[in-house]
Design a protein. Sequence first.
Length: 238
Amino acid sequence: MMFSIIHALCDIVYPRLCAVCGNWVGAGGQTLCWDCRTRLHWITPPFCRCCGDPAEGVATHAFECGFCKRSPPAFDCARSLLRYAGVCGTLIQKFKYANACWTAAEMVQWLETGARLHFPVAQIDGVMAVPLSARKQRERTYNQSHLLASGLSRRLRIPYSDGLRRCRYTISQTHLNMMARRRNVRGAFTVRIPEWVLGRRILVIDDVMTTGATLNECARILRLAGATGVYALSVARG
Ligand SMILES: [Zn+2]
Ligand SMILES: [Zn+2]
């Protein structure tokens, strides 16, 4: 009750502004104004049952995309919530590069809904984040995936562990194709504490999944360390 009153007073004194367009967010909103919110492109079926890559048209049954058939990923299942374009793209850019850490709270709520919808949450033992290299972490001062994963772990009441470490710097993947991306990230991660992984099912969180090469490599390392299941969830799909 007291929290709600303080919240309402703060909204009057410091009206919240949309993280994307700067307009007033309005009552009940958190991060985006109503107009920006309606322009989010949520990912809906059909999508690959393994990597979650959205497909055009109508599917009458569950299917795997061509890439998952040719090169099965190390994760059991990956899902993304939004298309990385327009409003979502701007939101993630501000979250990642412009210190808009306050936007994480609402994205965590979206992730919780997605995790409960797509994964057997009751069977998951731990939540982890895709780690940044030490250099990037120093430059950015925070790891956006860590903010999402730790927030999600609190909402799901599943322990968060800082279990993955990036052990080498990797070049930008922007201009690489799928197989080149897998080669680029191979050996980029290690498991910090094997006991946190052995015999456990892990949910790995990233802000954006493009080809899935990074999440695939995290899953491969977790599997090698004895994880019995790996699920991957991202806010956006590039
Ligand atoms: Zn807006
Ligand atoms: Zn696929």
